[in-house]
Design a protein around this ligand. Structure first.
Ligand code: GLU
Length: 421
């Protein structure tokens, strides 16, 4: 194994490339397609002004990267964070291509981001940033071009503003330009919980495959935002024991299981999980390497790295976040024979429900929640089987199997369509 610096290790674009190259080699992918899929098709960078509440004009930088539109319109979220970089958005865009291909939905992959700190901004500042960002990239997005969605620090309200801005420019309401909208303006039932529900389905499938009992299975979850909290709730209701929750500012441990309804209510009131009485306060780093059957990183990138991978004690890792494990950590975890359910499968419930939202918007006919959940679960279970089949047939780990499956599907489409020149 070549040695690389920590800085390289945690660069998400390099993490993506390492897995892509490995999987492409295993697939014997022809050189032309390899070179094509290695790079994003389009990268948009915008610098735009926004009038702040105090009258100052601030300049923000935003990105939208469309990695591939071979299988359908670009698809992917928009994140707001002071740490957003082009390399991160590129990586996230390519992960969307692979994710949509793993679950076999007719989308390519895209991602957006704005460098800003939503915690320090008012609602009206956030609205103005969102509307101006949308208008800056408006020529490149749309129901048939590139469909946006929520990601870190964005939500259904952000999507409503994007939808409205786009619609104002078009002169009529266009709901299907974004997914993850509020229900009464074209959102889908079940979309909000879908990523967490998908994580739960993948936990169930892993337990079944490894012949482990669900009842009492100990789970530690890092991140208690949309993905982590919904996964925690659904898993608890299924009989798993959520013994640990780790957040940025600290963690909680209770070997008898944390009551998630209570914790959700506590966080809603206090805006933090710290101080919750029915669990012991434990540093988050410690929770990541504590005894459990399933560890679910559900927050952000680079949580499992060369610095802590060898101490992980979980039997299974289910990646609710995008890119939580570095490529170097993958090798260490493989040696420890930890069963990993990679992000591009484990968190694909969200984009699968987004696909249903896009379909419903275009049909103008809205499904019952049970239908959304059922169809999403079927897709995830089938995709789990597909990934396991690839892993067994090619003798590779689940992550590489998922990449191979995805690259294969995208490559087949490009070969069929041919290269336009
Ligand atoms: N941001 C989510 C993801 O990373 C959802 C994307 C979508 O629904 O388009 O999968």
């Amino acid at each position: 194994m070549t040695t690389i610096s920590l800085e390289q290790e945690i660069n998400p674009w390099e993490a993506q490339e390492a897995r892509f190259d490995f999987a492409a080699r295993k697939l014997n992918l022809e050189e032309g397609l390899w070179k094509l899929l290695r790079m994003p098709a389009r990268e948009i960078i915008v610098h735009f002004p926004v009038a702040m509440d105090d009258g100052r004009i601030e300049i923000f930088t935003g990105f939208r990267v469309q990695h591939s539109i071979a299988r359908g319109p670009g698809k992917g979220g928009v994140r707001y964070s002071p740490e957003v970089t082009l390399d991160e958005v590129r990586a996230l865009a390519s992960w969307m291509t692979w994710k949509c291909a793993v679950v076999n939905i007719p989308f390519g992959g895209a991602k957006g981001g704005v460098i800003c700190d939503p915690k320090k901004m008012s609602q009206s500042e956030l609205e103005r940033v969102t509307r101006r960002y949308t208008s800056e990239i408006i020529d490149f997005i749309g129901p048939e071009k590139d469909v946006l969605a929520p990601d870190m620090n964005t939500n259904d309200q952000t999507m409503a503003w994007i939808m409205d801005t786009y619609s104002m420019h078009m002169g009529h309401t266009v709901t299907s330009v974004v997914t993850g909208k509020p229900l009464n303006i074209g959102g889908s039932r079940g979309r909000m919980e879908a990523t967490g529900r998908g994580v739960q389905v993948i936990c169930d499938e892993s337990m079944r495959y490894l012949e482990m009992p669900i009842d009492g299975c100990r789970v530690i979850i890092q991140g208690f935002g949309n993905v982590g909290s919904n996964a925690a709730l659904l898993l608890m209701e299924r009989g798993y024991k959520i013994i640990g929750i780790a957040e940025k500012d600290g963690g909680l441990l209770n070997p008898n299981g944390i009551e998630i309804h209570q914790l959700l209510e506590y966080k809603r009131r206090n805006n933090t999980i710290l101080g919750f009485r029915n669990a012991e306060a434990v540093p988050s780093d410690e929770l990541l390497v504590s005894e459990c059957e399933i560890l679910i990183p559900a927050a952000t990138e680079n949580v499992i790295t060369s610095r802590n991978a060898d101490q992980i004690k979980a039997r299974i890792i289910v990646e609710g976040a995008n890119g939580p494990t570095t490529a170097v950590a993958d090798d260490i975890l493989a040696e420890k024979r930890i069963f990993i359910m990679p992000d591009i499968l484990a968190n694909a419930g969200g984009v699968t429900a987004s696909y249903f939202e896009w379909v419903q918007d275009r049909q103008g006919y809205f499904w019952k929640e049970a239908v959304v959940n059922e169809q999403m679960e079927t897709i995830l279970r089938d995709s789990f089987e597909d990934v396991i089949r690839y892993a067994e047939a090619h003798n590779v780990n689940n992550r590489i199997a998922a990449y191979m499956l995805a690259i294969d599907r995208v490559a087949i489409t490009i070969r069929q369509r041919g290269i336009y020149a």
